[in-house]
Design a protein around this ligand. Structure first.
Ligand SMILES: NC(=O)c1ccc[n+]([C@@H]2O[C@H](COP(=O)([O-])OP(=O)(O)OC[C@H]3O[C@@H](n4cnc5c(N)ncnc54)[C@H](O)[C@@H]3O)[C@@H](O)[C@H]2O)c1
Length: 351
Protein backbone atom coordinates (compact mmCIF):
# COMPACT_ATOMS: atom_id res chain seq x y z
CA UNK A 1 0.00 0.00 0.00
CA UNK A 2 1.27 3.46 -0.83
CA UNK A 3 1.77 5.34 2.40
CA UNK A 4 2.30 8.66 0.63
CA UNK A 5 -0.13 11.41 -0.33
CA UNK A 6 1.47 12.13 -3.65
CA UNK A 7 4.40 10.91 -5.71
CA UNK A 8 5.44 12.59 -8.94
CA UNK A 9 7.88 10.90 -11.29
CA UNK A 10 8.81 12.75 -14.46
CA UNK A 11 11.45 12.61 -17.12
CA UNK A 12 13.00 16.08 -16.99
CA UNK A 13 12.11 18.00 -20.14
CA UNK A 14 15.61 19.43 -20.49
CA UNK A 15 17.87 16.91 -18.76
CA UNK A 16 15.98 13.70 -19.70
CA UNK A 17 16.77 12.50 -16.15
CA UNK A 18 14.21 11.04 -13.71
CA UNK A 19 12.89 13.74 -11.35
CA UNK A 20 11.06 12.30 -8.35
CA UNK A 21 9.10 14.24 -5.74
CA UNK A 22 7.51 12.30 -2.88
CA UNK A 23 5.05 14.06 -0.60
CA UNK A 24 4.56 11.76 2.33
CA UNK A 25 2.21 13.78 4.51
CA UNK A 26 0.76 17.26 4.75
CA UNK A 27 -1.22 16.46 7.91
CA UNK A 28 0.82 18.97 9.93
CA UNK A 29 1.38 21.48 7.12
CA UNK A 30 2.82 21.77 3.59
CA UNK A 31 5.64 19.30 3.01
CA UNK A 32 9.32 20.23 3.13
CA UNK A 33 12.53 18.26 2.65
CA UNK A 34 15.75 18.33 0.69
CA UNK A 35 16.67 17.59 -2.90
CA UNK A 36 19.01 14.62 -3.26
CA UNK A 37 21.06 14.53 -6.45
CA UNK A 38 22.69 11.15 -6.29
CA UNK A 39 23.75 8.08 -8.26
CA UNK A 40 21.59 4.97 -8.27
CA UNK A 41 21.92 1.65 -10.10
CA UNK A 42 18.33 2.15 -11.33
CA UNK A 43 15.94 5.14 -11.09
CA UNK A 44 13.56 2.92 -9.09
CA UNK A 45 16.18 2.86 -6.33
CA UNK A 46 15.95 6.64 -6.31
CA UNK A 47 12.18 6.31 -5.98
CA UNK A 48 12.61 3.95 -3.01
CA UNK A 49 14.98 6.47 -1.42
CA UNK A 50 12.50 9.33 -1.97
CA UNK A 51 9.67 7.31 -0.39
CA UNK A 52 11.79 6.42 2.65
CA UNK A 53 13.35 9.85 3.12
CA UNK A 54 10.07 11.74 2.78
CA UNK A 55 8.47 9.56 5.47
CA UNK A 56 11.48 10.29 7.70
CA UNK A 57 10.91 14.04 7.17
CA UNK A 58 7.32 13.67 8.36
CA UNK A 59 8.57 12.08 11.59
CA UNK A 60 11.32 14.68 11.96
CA UNK A 61 8.91 17.62 11.80
CA UNK A 62 6.28 15.86 13.92
CA UNK A 63 8.73 15.14 16.75
CA UNK A 64 10.11 18.68 16.53
CA UNK A 65 6.53 19.98 16.86
CA UNK A 66 6.70 21.98 13.61
CA UNK A 67 3.72 22.70 11.35
CA UNK A 68 5.34 21.09 8.30
CA UNK A 69 4.86 17.80 6.52
CA UNK A 70 7.40 15.42 5.06
CA UNK A 71 8.59 15.46 1.47
CA UNK A 72 11.73 14.74 -0.52
CA UNK A 73 12.95 15.20 -4.07
CA UNK A 74 15.41 12.87 -5.75
CA UNK A 75 17.10 13.12 -9.11
CA UNK A 76 18.39 9.65 -9.90
CA UNK A 77 21.66 9.91 -11.80
CA UNK A 78 22.94 6.79 -13.58
CA UNK A 79 26.03 5.25 -11.94
CA UNK A 80 29.18 7.06 -13.01
CA UNK A 81 27.33 9.98 -14.65
CA UNK A 82 29.13 13.29 -14.31
CA UNK A 83 27.01 16.44 -14.53
CA UNK A 84 28.67 19.22 -16.47
CA UNK A 85 27.58 22.68 -15.22
CA UNK A 86 25.14 23.19 -18.12
CA UNK A 87 23.40 19.84 -17.57
CA UNK A 88 23.33 20.44 -13.84
CA UNK A 89 21.50 23.70 -14.50
CA UNK A 90 19.05 21.83 -16.74
CA UNK A 91 18.40 19.26 -14.01
CA UNK A 92 17.74 21.97 -11.44
CA UNK A 93 15.33 23.74 -13.79
CA UNK A 94 13.49 20.47 -14.34
CA UNK A 95 13.21 20.02 -10.57
CA UNK A 96 12.04 23.62 -10.18
CA UNK A 97 9.27 23.12 -12.79
CA UNK A 98 8.06 20.02 -10.97
CA UNK A 99 8.02 21.76 -7.59
CA UNK A 100 6.24 24.79 -9.04
CA UNK A 101 3.59 22.52 -10.56
CA UNK A 102 2.76 21.29 -7.05
CA UNK A 103 1.69 24.82 -6.09
CA UNK A 104 3.31 24.93 -2.64
CA UNK A 105 2.45 21.42 -1.48
CA UNK A 106 6.20 20.76 -1.33
CA UNK A 107 9.16 23.07 -0.63
CA UNK A 108 12.71 21.92 -1.28
CA UNK A 109 16.11 22.58 0.24
CA UNK A 110 19.64 21.13 0.09
CA UNK A 111 20.48 17.49 0.74
CA UNK A 112 23.21 15.09 -0.37
CA UNK A 113 24.58 16.36 -3.69
CA UNK A 114 23.02 19.84 -3.54
CA UNK A 115 23.74 23.09 -1.71
CA UNK A 116 22.64 26.72 -1.34
CA UNK A 117 23.84 27.69 -4.86
CA UNK A 118 21.60 25.02 -6.38
CA UNK A 119 18.69 26.40 -4.36
CA UNK A 120 19.42 29.79 -5.91
CA UNK A 121 18.93 28.27 -9.38
CA UNK A 122 15.66 26.60 -8.32
CA UNK A 123 14.55 29.88 -6.74
CA UNK A 124 14.55 31.57 -10.18
CA UNK A 125 11.54 29.44 -11.14
CA UNK A 126 9.70 28.76 -7.90
CA UNK A 127 9.44 30.46 -4.50
CA UNK A 128 9.06 27.05 -2.84
CA UNK A 129 12.70 26.66 -1.86
CA UNK A 130 14.76 27.25 1.27
CA UNK A 131 18.46 27.61 2.16
CA UNK A 132 19.28 29.87 -0.78
CA UNK A 133 22.51 31.82 -0.16
CA UNK A 134 22.21 34.63 2.38
CA UNK A 135 23.15 37.24 -0.31
CA UNK A 136 19.90 36.30 -2.09
CA UNK A 137 17.80 36.57 1.03
CA UNK A 138 17.91 32.87 1.94
CA UNK A 139 19.08 31.37 5.20
CA UNK A 140 22.20 29.86 3.59
CA UNK A 141 24.29 27.10 5.11
CA UNK A 142 22.28 25.18 7.71
CA UNK A 143 25.22 23.48 9.40
CA UNK A 144 25.76 26.06 12.22
CA UNK A 145 22.12 25.55 13.20
CA UNK A 146 22.49 21.78 13.02
CA UNK A 147 25.47 22.10 15.38
CA UNK A 148 23.46 24.33 17.72
CA UNK A 149 20.57 21.83 17.74
CA UNK A 150 22.92 18.95 18.50
CA UNK A 151 24.32 20.96 21.40
CA UNK A 152 20.76 21.34 22.71
CA UNK A 153 20.27 17.56 22.48
CA UNK A 154 23.57 17.03 24.33
CA UNK A 155 22.41 19.33 27.13
CA UNK A 156 19.23 17.30 27.57
CA UNK A 157 21.24 14.09 27.79
CA UNK A 158 23.71 15.70 30.20
CA UNK A 159 20.84 16.74 32.44
CA UNK A 160 19.39 13.23 32.38
CA UNK A 161 22.68 11.50 33.12
CA UNK A 162 24.49 14.00 35.29
CA UNK A 163 21.79 16.34 36.57
CA UNK A 164 23.12 19.36 34.64
CA UNK A 165 22.90 20.59 31.07
CA UNK A 166 26.30 22.25 31.40
CA UNK A 167 28.98 20.49 29.44
CA UNK A 168 32.12 22.01 30.96
CA UNK A 169 34.40 19.28 32.21
CA UNK A 170 32.37 16.64 30.37
CA UNK A 171 34.39 14.33 28.10
CA UNK A 172 33.09 14.04 24.54
CA UNK A 173 34.40 12.29 21.43
CA UNK A 174 33.47 13.94 18.12
CA UNK A 175 33.78 11.69 15.05
CA UNK A 176 33.96 13.84 11.92
CA UNK A 177 35.13 17.44 11.72
CA UNK A 178 33.17 18.60 8.68
CA UNK A 179 30.84 21.58 8.55
CA UNK A 180 28.69 20.41 11.45
CA UNK A 181 31.28 18.46 13.46
CA UNK A 182 33.88 21.24 13.49
CA UNK A 183 31.27 23.84 14.43
CA UNK A 184 29.97 21.66 17.22
CA UNK A 185 33.48 20.87 18.49
CA UNK A 186 34.13 24.63 18.66
CA UNK A 187 30.94 25.21 20.67
CA UNK A 188 31.85 22.37 23.04
CA UNK A 189 35.42 23.56 23.48
CA UNK A 190 34.19 27.10 24.20
CA UNK A 191 32.06 25.67 26.97
CA UNK A 192 35.01 23.86 28.52
CA UNK A 193 34.32 20.27 27.45
CA UNK A 194 37.31 17.92 27.17
CA UNK A 195 37.38 16.71 23.56
CA UNK A 196 38.68 13.72 21.66
CA UNK A 197 38.23 14.15 17.91
CA UNK A 198 38.89 12.43 14.62
CA UNK A 199 38.38 12.64 10.87
CA UNK A 200 39.46 10.49 7.96
CA UNK A 201 40.94 13.66 6.48
CA UNK A 202 44.29 14.18 8.25
CA UNK A 203 44.16 17.92 7.42
CA UNK A 204 41.35 18.22 10.00
CA UNK A 205 43.87 17.46 12.74
CA UNK A 206 44.65 21.18 12.73
CA UNK A 207 41.14 21.87 14.06
CA UNK A 208 41.69 19.41 16.90
CA UNK A 209 45.02 21.02 17.77
CA UNK A 210 43.44 24.46 17.72
CA UNK A 211 40.85 23.28 20.24
CA UNK A 212 43.34 21.46 22.48
CA UNK A 213 41.60 18.16 21.71
CA UNK A 214 43.07 14.65 21.77
CA UNK A 215 43.16 12.88 18.43
CA UNK A 216 41.92 9.30 17.98
CA UNK A 217 42.01 6.97 14.98
CA UNK A 218 38.72 7.08 13.01
CA UNK A 219 38.07 3.38 13.55
CA UNK A 220 38.76 3.58 17.29
CA UNK A 221 36.98 6.73 18.41
CA UNK A 222 33.70 4.94 19.17
CA UNK A 223 35.53 3.09 21.97
CA UNK A 224 37.08 6.24 23.49
CA UNK A 225 36.91 6.53 27.28
CA UNK A 226 34.48 9.46 27.32
CA UNK A 227 31.04 10.38 28.66
CA UNK A 228 29.34 10.94 25.30
CA UNK A 229 30.25 9.91 21.77
CA UNK A 230 29.13 12.31 19.02
CA UNK A 231 28.84 10.80 15.51
CA UNK A 232 29.26 13.70 13.08
CA UNK A 233 30.56 11.97 9.94
CA UNK A 234 28.69 9.63 7.62
CA UNK A 235 26.18 6.86 8.27
CA UNK A 236 26.40 3.42 9.93
CA UNK A 237 28.64 4.61 12.77
CA UNK A 238 27.01 2.20 15.21
CA UNK A 239 27.42 -1.47 14.33
CA UNK A 240 26.56 -4.52 16.44
CA UNK A 241 30.23 -5.21 17.13
CA UNK A 242 31.00 -1.55 17.73
CA UNK A 243 28.29 -1.23 20.37
CA UNK A 244 29.98 -3.95 22.44
CA UNK A 245 33.12 -1.81 22.49
CA UNK A 246 31.52 1.46 23.61
CA UNK A 247 32.68 2.87 26.94
CA UNK A 248 30.48 5.96 26.96
CA UNK A 249 27.10 6.50 28.61
CA UNK A 250 25.43 8.11 25.61
CA UNK A 251 25.68 8.51 21.84
CA UNK A 252 24.24 11.76 20.50
CA UNK A 253 25.22 13.35 17.21
CA UNK A 254 24.17 15.02 13.97
CA UNK A 255 25.20 12.25 11.55
CA UNK A 256 22.32 10.77 9.57
CA UNK A 257 21.54 7.03 9.63
CA UNK A 258 23.83 6.25 12.56
CA UNK A 259 22.56 2.70 13.07
CA UNK A 260 24.05 0.09 10.74
CA UNK A 261 20.88 -1.96 11.38
CA UNK A 262 17.73 -0.97 13.32
CA UNK A 263 18.31 -3.60 16.05
CA UNK A 264 21.41 -1.69 17.17
CA UNK A 265 19.04 0.70 19.01
CA UNK A 266 17.93 -2.23 21.20
CA UNK A 267 21.53 -3.33 21.79
CA UNK A 268 22.38 0.17 22.99
CA UNK A 269 19.36 0.16 25.27
CA UNK A 270 20.30 -3.21 26.74
CA UNK A 271 23.79 -1.90 27.47
CA UNK A 272 22.23 1.08 29.26
CA UNK A 273 23.65 3.54 26.73
CA UNK A 274 21.37 6.45 25.87
CA UNK A 275 20.98 6.94 22.12
CA UNK A 276 19.10 9.97 20.84
CA UNK A 277 17.63 9.17 17.41
CA UNK A 278 19.70 10.92 14.75
CA UNK A 279 16.69 12.54 13.14
CA UNK A 280 15.92 14.29 16.43
CA UNK A 281 19.48 15.41 17.28
CA UNK A 282 20.23 16.59 13.72
CA UNK A 283 17.03 18.56 13.14
CA UNK A 284 18.40 22.03 13.98
CA UNK A 285 19.39 22.95 10.42
CA UNK A 286 16.08 22.17 8.80
CA UNK A 287 14.12 23.56 11.76
CA UNK A 288 15.93 26.87 11.38
CA UNK A 289 15.66 27.06 7.59
CA UNK A 290 11.98 26.13 7.44
CA UNK A 291 11.13 28.41 10.36
CA UNK A 292 12.77 31.43 8.74
CA UNK A 293 11.96 30.84 5.10
CA UNK A 294 8.69 28.89 5.10
CA UNK A 295 7.04 29.91 8.36
CA UNK A 296 8.56 33.42 8.16
CA UNK A 297 9.64 33.59 11.80
CA UNK A 298 12.18 36.15 13.03
CA UNK A 299 15.73 34.82 13.47
CA UNK A 300 15.37 34.87 17.25
CA UNK A 301 12.20 32.76 17.17
CA UNK A 302 13.81 30.32 14.75
CA UNK A 303 16.79 29.94 17.09
CA UNK A 304 14.39 29.33 19.97
CA UNK A 305 12.84 26.48 17.98
CA UNK A 306 16.29 24.99 17.44
CA UNK A 307 17.09 25.31 21.15
CA UNK A 308 13.76 23.61 21.91
CA UNK A 309 15.40 20.36 20.77
CA UNK A 310 16.62 20.27 24.37
CA UNK A 311 13.02 20.05 25.63
CA UNK A 312 12.08 17.54 22.94
CA UNK A 313 14.95 15.24 23.89
CA UNK A 314 14.26 15.66 27.63
CA UNK A 315 10.65 14.67 27.03
CA UNK A 316 11.64 11.67 24.90
CA UNK A 317 14.12 10.42 27.49
CA UNK A 318 11.57 10.84 30.24
CA UNK A 319 8.85 9.02 28.27
CA UNK A 320 11.26 6.25 27.27
CA UNK A 321 12.29 5.67 30.86
CA UNK A 322 8.81 5.81 32.36
CA UNK A 323 7.27 3.53 29.72
CA UNK A 324 10.16 1.08 29.37
CA UNK A 325 10.81 2.09 25.75
CA UNK A 326 13.94 3.02 23.85
CA UNK A 327 14.22 6.73 22.95
CA UNK A 328 13.82 5.63 19.31
CA UNK A 329 10.49 3.97 20.08
CA UNK A 330 9.39 6.96 22.16
CA UNK A 331 10.19 9.27 19.22
CA UNK A 332 8.24 7.12 16.75
CA UNK A 333 5.26 7.02 19.10
CA UNK A 334 5.34 10.79 19.65
CA UNK A 335 5.36 11.37 15.88
CA UNK A 336 2.48 8.95 15.41
CA UNK A 337 0.41 10.63 18.15
CA UNK A 338 0.93 14.09 16.68
CA UNK A 339 0.04 12.93 13.17
CA UNK A 340 -3.04 11.07 14.38
CA UNK A 341 -4.17 14.12 16.34
CA UNK A 342 -3.71 16.36 13.28
CA UNK A 343 -5.68 13.93 11.07
CA UNK A 344 -8.49 13.61 13.61
CA UNK A 345 -11.62 15.34 12.25
CA UNK A 346 -12.21 16.67 15.79
CA UNK A 347 -9.07 18.79 15.22
CA UNK A 348 -5.56 18.72 16.59
CA UNK A 349 -5.12 18.31 20.30
CA UNK A 350 -2.04 19.01 22.35
CA UNK A 351 -0.63 15.51 21.76
N1 LIG B 1 24.95 20.02 7.27
C1 LIG B 1 23.80 19.92 7.95
O1 LIG B 1 23.15 20.93 8.26
C2 LIG B 1 23.29 18.57 8.37
C3 LIG B 1 21.95 18.48 8.79
C4 LIG B 1 21.48 17.23 9.25
C5 LIG B 1 22.34 16.14 9.26
N2 LIG B 1 23.63 16.27 8.80
C6 LIG B 1 24.49 15.08 8.82
O2 LIG B 1 25.63 15.33 9.64
C7 LIG B 1 26.79 14.65 9.12
C8 LIG B 1 27.89 15.66 8.85
O3 LIG B 1 27.41 16.61 7.90
P1 LIG B 1 28.36 17.77 7.37
O4 LIG B 1 27.46 18.72 6.64
O5 LIG B 1 29.25 18.25 8.46
O6 LIG B 1 29.21 16.96 6.29
P2 LIG B 1 30.70 17.25 5.79
O7 LIG B 1 30.82 16.52 4.51
O8 LIG B 1 31.00 18.71 5.83
O9 LIG B 1 31.61 16.55 6.91
C9 LIG B 1 31.74 15.19 7.08
C10 LIG B 1 33.14 14.97 7.67
O10 LIG B 1 33.24 13.60 8.08
C11 LIG B 1 34.52 13.12 7.66
N3 LIG B 1 34.43 11.67 7.59
C12 LIG B 1 33.91 10.89 6.61
N4 LIG B 1 33.97 9.59 6.96
C13 LIG B 1 34.54 9.54 8.19
C14 LIG B 1 34.86 8.49 9.09
N5 LIG B 1 34.62 7.21 8.77
N6 LIG B 1 35.43 8.81 10.27
C15 LIG B 1 35.69 10.10 10.59
N7 LIG B 1 35.40 11.14 9.78
C16 LIG B 1 34.84 10.86 8.59
C17 LIG B 1 34.80 13.84 6.38
O11 LIG B 1 36.20 13.84 6.07
C18 LIG B 1 34.27 15.24 6.70
O12 LIG B 1 35.26 16.06 7.31
C19 LIG B 1 26.27 13.90 7.88
O13 LIG B 1 25.88 12.61 8.27
C20 LIG B 1 25.05 14.71 7.47
O14 LIG B 1 24.14 13.91 6.73
C21 LIG B 1 24.11 17.45 8.38
Amino acid sequence: MLDHEQVVVRTGRRSRLPVIVAVHSTALGPAAGGLRLWHYPDWRDGLTDALRLSAAMTAKFAVAGLPSGGGKAVVALPEGAVLEPERRGAVLEDVADTIESLGGTYTTGPDVGTGPDDMAVIGRTTPHVFCRPARLGGSGDSSPHTARGTLAALRAVGRRLYGTGRLDGRRLAVAGLGRVGAGLARLLAAEGAALTVTDVDPAKRRIGDELGADWAAPDEIHAADVDIVVPAALGSFLTRNGVAELRCRAVVGPANNQLATPDVADLLHRRGIVWVPDYVASAGGVIHAVSVEVHRLAAEEARARVDAIEDTVSELLHTAESRGRTPAQAADELARRRLDAASDPAGPSAA
